[in-house]
Design a protein around this ligand. Structure first.
Ligand code: FES
Ligand code: FES
Length: 182
């Protein structure tokens, strides 16, 4: 007679790199990345909406690219660099990052449920396309759902942050007589 399978037969030990720190997690193979982030690591800034890859509330960066954390198993993220919305603020002071401040200044959020997903979507996108036009930003934010803002203020917030980053970059380059970030 075979012995019944115990829960420990079905557990994995994962090492996940989240926001620059290594975390060991014991979990079932079928658990999603978003559940492990929220429930095991207590990083509840990442939200869960549809759990079907539609709304984008669960967007995080996986190796710098936006990904739906509800569509990934946590095990699939082992070995990757994961970044959540908690990484945007200054870890020492808690001061909001420039993208977060821009959302606040441009009223890019109302209820805020979608906001972590939009922030990570925008952060990943601007890292890849710092010269993005407003039209490109508009296309990118269409990947996520917001039922409150009408999107215009989100586009304004991302565009304003991108503009400020370019200005700061150009100033730095002028100062050190380089053009690496232009
Ligand atoms: S909760 Fe992941 S896309 Fe909606
Ligand atoms: S601010 Fe409420 S869903 Fe986007």
């Amino acid at each position: 007679m075979t012995s019944p399978m115990t829960s420990s037969d079905n557990l994995l030990l994962l090492t996940l790199n989240v926001n620059g720190e290594e975390h060991e997690v014991i979990t079932e193979p079928r658990r999603t990345l978003v559940d492990v982030l929220r429930h095991d690591l207590r990083l509840t800034g990442t939200h869960v909406g549809c759990e079907h890859g539609i709304c984008g509330a669960c967007t995080v960066l996986v190796d710098d690219r936006p990904a739906r954390a509800c569509l990934m198993f946590a095990a699939q993220a082992e070995g990757a660099r994961i970044r959540t919305v908690e990484s945007l603020a200054d870890p020492a002071t808690g001061e909001l990052g420039d993208l977060q401040r821009s959302f606040t200044e441009h009223h890019g959020l109302q209820c805020g449920f979608c906001t972590p997903g939009f922030l990570m979507l925008a952060d990943g996108f601007l890292a890849e396309r710092p010269e993005a036009t407003k039209e490109e930003i508009r296309e990118v934010v269409a990947a996520n759902l917001c039922r409150c803002t009408g999107y215009q203020t989100i586009v304004e917030a991302i565009d304003s942050c991108a503009t400020a980053r370019r200005a700061a970059c150009a100033k730095t380059c002028t100062t050190i007589e380089e053009t690496a970030c232009s």
